[in-house]
Design a protein around this ligand. Structure first.
Ligand code: SF4
Ligand code: SF4
Length: 273
């Protein structure tokens, strides 16, 4: 019988995550993540016992297929919802696997409320860097085509206090790039190179544009051959739009006071995932 130790538990968890479809996995200490987050967005605001965070992402095509396999088509009303349902099912299994090893963990999905800043957590965990231009996670192989699905909020430090990084912090592609991403936005979200104006993105979306994809994401040359399947690209756009619509007060949300509309995202607009 294999004995699980502090050193072996994280590698075992990573292998199980990969089998479920999460092919990019990283870990960080909650205190390190929380020190970079505003009040209301810290891991220990969600769970005071959280000592470790594990971030789960998908990139490679075969990983998407493994995630989709959790939910056969007849059970998924829309094909585009398969990854979300597959992720939810896989997360439940992973938390159960940890509980069998006396490790308490809770999953927080990308679009759950209250939110957790998954791009920043992924950067801290060594999965890539957050582009200073467009605010999305960039991976050396997959570029911006990494789907951040969830974080596991793990009690204590069952994996120790030091974790391997998949991507070195020296990976900084935006510093030498002419930023075709910013120029590609028809909504002029990045017209001011010093500061993204996501309200402009929301206004453009409100006029009915960008439903199927984001030109900014598509314009980044890194990992363009790993673009999401079309249905997943559109589904993620729809989820992002639903959050922007509420945050910026479009449609029925304009009737609600700002405090109620923006309450779940205190500290800034919803992060992209
Ligand atoms: S969704 Fe459209 S408006 Fe928004 S950043 Fe992407 S390309 Fe620009
Ligand atoms: S296009 Fe260039 S500046 Fe824009 S995200 Fe990609 S690497 Fe960064």
């Amino acid at each position: 019988m294999s004995v699980t130790t502090e050193e072996s538990l994280l590698p075992e968890l990573v292998r199980r995550c990969a089998a479920s479809g999460f092919d990019l996995v990283g870990a960080a200490l909650a205190e390190d993540f929380d020190s970079s987050q505003p009040a209301g967005r810290r891991a220990r605001d969600l769970d005071p016992r959280c000592g470790t965070l594990v971030v789960l992402a998908t990139a490679a095509r075969d990983a998407w297929e493994r995630l989709h396999a959790h939910v056969p088509l007849p059970l998924a009303a829309e094909p585009g919802a398969r990854a979300a349902r597959g992720a939810a099912r896989a997360l439940g299994e992973l938390c159960g696997w940890l509980a069998d090893r006396s490790v308490r963990a809770r999953a927080v999905q990308a679009h759950g409320l209250p939110p957790i800043n998954l791009p920043q957590l992924a950067e801290l965990s060594g999965l890539g860097i957050v582009s200073p231009v467009i605010g999305q996670l960039l991976h050396p192989v997959y570029g911006p085509w990494v789907a951040l699905h969830a974080a596991l909020l793990v009690e204590g430090r069952p994996f120790g206090a030091r974790f391997p990084r998949a991507v070195e912090a020296t990976f900084q592609p935006c510093t030498t790039c002419a930023a075709p991403c910013a120029a590609a936005c028809p909504g002029e979200t990045y017209a001011d190179r010093q500061r993204a104006d996501l309200r402009r993105c929301a206004q453009h979306r409100h006029q009915g544009h960008c439903a199927s994809h984001c030109d900014v994401r598509r314009a980044c040359p890194i990992g363009s051959e790993h673009r999401f399947p079309g249905e997943e690209e559109a589904r993620r756009q729809a989820v992002q739009w639903a959050r922007f619509r509420r945050f910026y007060g479009f449609g029925p949300w304009r009737m609600l006071p700002v405090r109620l509309r923006q309450g779940p995202w205190a500290g800034g607009p919803p992060p992209r995932s």
